[in-house]
Design a binder for this molecule. Structure first.
Ligand code: ARG
Length: 463
């Protein structure tokens, strides 16, 4: 494809350099946003008298035509073009001659690309948020069905205290709500219009940046033209929000991987969301979750790519910045893929409540409750803690549990113990009495579900 900037050059660019320089293979996906931006720019040029109204109308109609042709598969992107911006402009000129050549008046690819990415990411964020909302709703559903599904809560991966599956699910719901808020913040902060920054130093033409901002649904123009073309903070911010989202999915995935193992057997994945082994006939592997865990590293890598790309760049535009797109697109694509598979996978997983309960019944996860029993009868916590520790050691040496240890053994340590200790250390009692705000009792988790759904409604209303 002939270069629009060929005027200053006496030779064609080397083919390898051309391919190296070209970004259309990955920025071609922004064709719609590029055309949308150009239409707004042409409208503004016409209204401000920078080009004639007829030319402006012709350009806009031509751009719409090109958009339709691309969407209907009638026009293929030329992979030898330098980028999507050059391609669209060249196509317009091919079709409309001199009129097409007027489009780039008072504009540079520098503000054009800064605009296109913002438009593109703005839309992608809306889509990702929809997935996250769906995932949170799914978690609320699973939680509502499992308010009294007792399981061990862990610290150091050692059984610690009794919780419920609902409580565990709602922990992830809260993390995801914060992810949603981060995505919204990022979107709000990026929603300013760089168009009119031109190459870096604005323009001598009487442009109207308020108008293009309005036409493109921006809060307003970017305040400083150098910043307008140099800023890629929004890519970094988004990559950061996505990395955290993936980190949450990855921790969840790791738990699902453990819960599927024979060692836990807390859950079973639906056959549609698991895979087999080529040699071991008995295997049912949680590949999806492992891939999500793996892809989390990749998305974090995208964030690091963006930060490292930017850190040494002088103002304003530098070609290094072309590298922003592959990184942020990769992050977006993978996050969407992961959410799309993760949601139905958890929606269809089956719980093995009996195994969860049995795991909760072993490991002395009611030891704190035993100590609290003594405290509530007047003993200082440290003394109660020590006695309970001794009781646990005694149970371990005799292969007993706190539930099966006879009362007279309890009484050897303190007379405060009575028949009612067995009720106090009963698993259901332990869970039900953990009724503090945010705790695992069914009534406390019900409140968490309600609050989460309320927060979701707010997010949906703001969008
Ligand atoms: N393809 C380029 C990019 O993605 C567009 C901007 C080119 N600007 C320039 N001055 N060469 O960054």
């Amino acid at each position: 494809m002939a270069k629009m900037w060929a005027g200053r050059f006496s030779k064609e660019v080397d083919e390898t350099v051309n391919a190296f320089n070209s970004s259309i293979s990955f920025d071609g996906r922004m064709y719609r946003q590029d055309i949308q931006g150009s239409i707004a720019h042409a409208e503004m040029l016409g209204r401000c008298g920078i080009i004639s109204v007829e030319d402006s109308k012709q350009i806009q109609a031509g751009l719409k035509e090109i958009l339709c042709d691309i969407e209907e598969g009638k026009l293929e992107l030329d992979m030898t073009a330098e980028d999507i911006h050059m391609f669209v402009e060249a196509e317009l000129t091919k079709r409309y001659g001199d009129v097409g050549k007027r489009l780039h008046t008072s504009r540079s690819r520098n503000d054009q690309v800064a605009l296109d990415i913002r438009l593109y990411l703005r839309e992608e964020i809306v889509e990702i948020k929809k997935f996250v909302v769906e995932l949170i709703k799914t978690l609320c559903d699973i939680a509502s069905e499992n308010l009294d599904t007792v399981m061990p809560g862990y610290t150091h991966l050692q059984r610690a205290q009794p919780i419920t599956f609902a409580h565990h699910m709602m922990a992830y719901a809260q993390m995801l709500l914060r992810d949603l808020a981060r995505l919204s913040d990022t979107s709000d902060r990026m929603n300013f219009n760089p168009l009119g920054s031109c190459a870096l130093a604005g323009t001598t033409y009487p442009i109207d940046r308020q108008l293009t901002s309005q036409l493109l649904g921006f809060e307003g123009p970017v305040v400083n033209s150098l910043d307008g073309v140099s800023d890629r903070d929004f890519c970094v911010e988004l990559a950061c929000a996505l990395s955290l989202l993936m980190t949450h999915l990855s921790r969840f995935s790791e738990e699902i991987i453990m819960w599927c193992s024979w060692e836990f057997k807390f859950i079973e994945l639906d056959d549609a969301y698991a895979t087999g082994s080529s040699i071991m006939p008995q295997k049912k592997n949680p590949d999806i979750t492992e891939l999500i865990r793996g892809k989390t590293g990749r998305v974090t890598g995208d964030l690091v790519t963006l930060l490292s790309m930017l850190k040494g760049l002088p103002l304003a535009y530098n070609k290094d910045m072309q590298e922003d797109k592959e990184a942020i697109f990769d992050a977006i694509d993978n996050v969407k893929l992961c959410l799309k598979t993760f949601i139905p996978m958890i929606r269809t997983m089956r719980l093995n409540k009996e195994n969860m309960r049995q795991a909760a019944a072993r490991g002395f996860i009611n030891a704190t409750d035993c100590a609290d029993y003594l405290v509530k009868k007047g003993m200082p916590f440290r003394d109660a803690y020590k006695i309970t520790g001794q009781l646990v050691a005694l149970c371990i040496s005799r292969s007993l549990t706190l539930e099966t240890l006879p009362l007279d053994e309890y009484k050897q340590y303190t007379d405060i113990f009575d028949e009612d200790v067995y009720t106090a250390i009963n698993l259901e009692t332990c869970v039900n009495q953990r009724n503090s705000e945010g705790g695992p009792s069914p009534s406390a988790v019900k409140v968490q579900i309600e609050k989460t759904l309320e927060q979701l409604k707010k997010v949906e209303a703001d969008d």
